[in-house]
Design a protein around this ligand. Structure first.
Ligand code: HGY
Ligand code: MN
Ligand code: MN
Length: 416
């Protein structure tokens, strides 16, 4: 245990106040948030975060993907920094804590060290990764993916939203495209605090999830071409109903996921129907199948069966079909030393805890490719997330941030 000792805790009230202040930016329609990536609301949230970081004595760096890096100096300027952070962008019907807890929990760590004038050998950097959600611009974790070398920056800049706007143009338009080369920064370690976004911790009555692994993700975008025609006057035998083909394919998605119970999951959250008119048979549908599993073999099996089953359905119905892999990453094993630092922190602070596999994807899943990485999770009410009703307790938020603080202090080495 560092000099910090068991009594060193973050200021839970201050953290909660900051979460609520950030939640006021880009409000949703049902109590959550709609602060989608590289929108004006995102820009406003970034400005508030920067103001807070500078008030806490940090200097802000900004790379060409808009990733923000607030640095608190260490006593050894040559030591690689310990990074913490997550994302400030939200789903269109997002919650107040998904991503935001990790960024503001990192800021609260800095504020607490300042309060007590605790110095660390390694600098500490609080990070906001751009476009973690991948909703407006697929794929998810776009900028941490460029940072970790999984995507080229040009490819990322060219990603388009439903209105045909490009990510690069929108990042520039909101004024948050920096000069730093993306990925040039080297990390001693990276820790991400995040809500679980699932029901396990609450059901097991545990305050902390020690995340040992993250399940893998696969996004396949499917386009089915039928023929739009009148819903009233087109005889049933003459129809080429792309919507019907999609529904049969989605039945197969569910069947494939269930065939790998209990861990695999599958669904389509993105569905565009054309022309989406009440009295026109859909001539075209575009939808994205999201498969996940802790096992890469299972993911590959689900992808293969999806293509075979969907192709058969389209052929039998006389329709064209196309597939495009628009996102994905293999299952992740986090760094054992960093995971142990998280577990040690939970134990020494007396928080109930358990090992956990992350069901959701996170920036940490990509950063893990380039630096020793681990995650700290806290429960969320009913495991609900990606829903405006997402909720956590101030106690859970504080416990997560306390564990983040102590895991970082163990890694950044307290001086004096
Ligand atoms: O899709 C995910 O798992 C993450 O929440 N973006
Ligand atoms: Mn998230
Ligand atoms: Mn999310």
């Amino acid at each position: 245990m560092s000099i910090a000792g068991k009594n060193l805790r973050i200021n839970g009230e201050r953290l909660w106040d900051s979460l609520m202040d950030m939640a006021a930016i880009g409000p949703g329609v049902a109590g959550g948030n709609n602060r989608q990536t590289v929108t004006d609301e995102d820009a406003e949230g970034r400005a508030l975060f920067q103001k807070w970081c500078e008030a806490a004595g940090c200097t802000m760096g900004l790379d060409q993907m808009g990733n923000m890096f607030a640095t608190r100096p260490g006593t050894d300027a040559t030591a690689l920094p310990v990074y913490v952070g997550s994302h400030l962008d939200t789903q269109p019907t997002g919650g107040k804590y998904d991503g935001i807890l990790g960024v503001l929990g990192g800021l609260e760590l800095i504020r607490t060290l300042n309060d007590l004038d605790i110095k660390t050998k390694h600098p500490i950097v609080v990070t906001n990764f751009t476009n973690e959600e991948g909703t407006r611009f697929a794929p998810a974790m776009l900028s941490s993916g460029v940072f970790a070398g999984l995507h080229t920056q040009d490819w990322a800049y060219a990603r388009t939203d439903a209105e045909g706007k490009t990510f690069g143009d929108e990042l520039k338009r909101i004024g948050w495209r920096g000069d730093e080369e993306t990925g040039a920064r080297k990390m001693h370690a990276f820790f991400e605090l995040h809500i679980e976004q699932g029901p396990i911790l609450e059901a097991e009555n545990k305050e902390i999830g020690v995340v040992t692994h993250g399940q893998g993700l696969s996004w396949t975008q499917i386009t089915v071409i039928g023929k739009d025609s009148h819903t009233g006057s087109t005889p049933m035998p003459m129809r080429k109903n792309a919507g019907l083909a999609m529904s049969r394919i989605l039945e197969k998605v569910d069947e494939i996921a269930w065939s790998h119970a209990p861990h695999a999951v599958g669904a389509a959250g993105h569905i565009d129907v054309y022309p989406n008119s009440r009295n026109v048979i859909p001539g075209k549908v575009v939808f994205t199948v999201d498969f996940r599993s802790p096992s890469l073999d299972v993911i590959l099996d689900m992808e293969t069966r999806l293509r075979a089953e969907a192709t058969k359905i389209a052929d039998d119905m006389g329709m064209e079909i196309a597939f495009e892999k628009v996102g994905g990453f293999d299952p992740v094993s986090f760094d054992e030393t960093c995971v142990a630092a998280v577990r040690n922190a939970a134990e020494s602070l007396g928080y109930s805890h358990m090992n956990l596999i992350s069901g959701a994807g996170h920036d940490a899943c990509w950063v893990n490719r380039v630096a020793p990485t681990a995650m700290v999770m806290c429960p969320c009410v009913d495991g609900l997330s990606h829903n405006e009703a997402e909720e956590i307790s101030p106690q859970w938020a504080a416990a997560g941030a306390d564990v983040l603080l102590h895991a970082v202090l163990e890694t950044a080495q307290v001086v004096g």
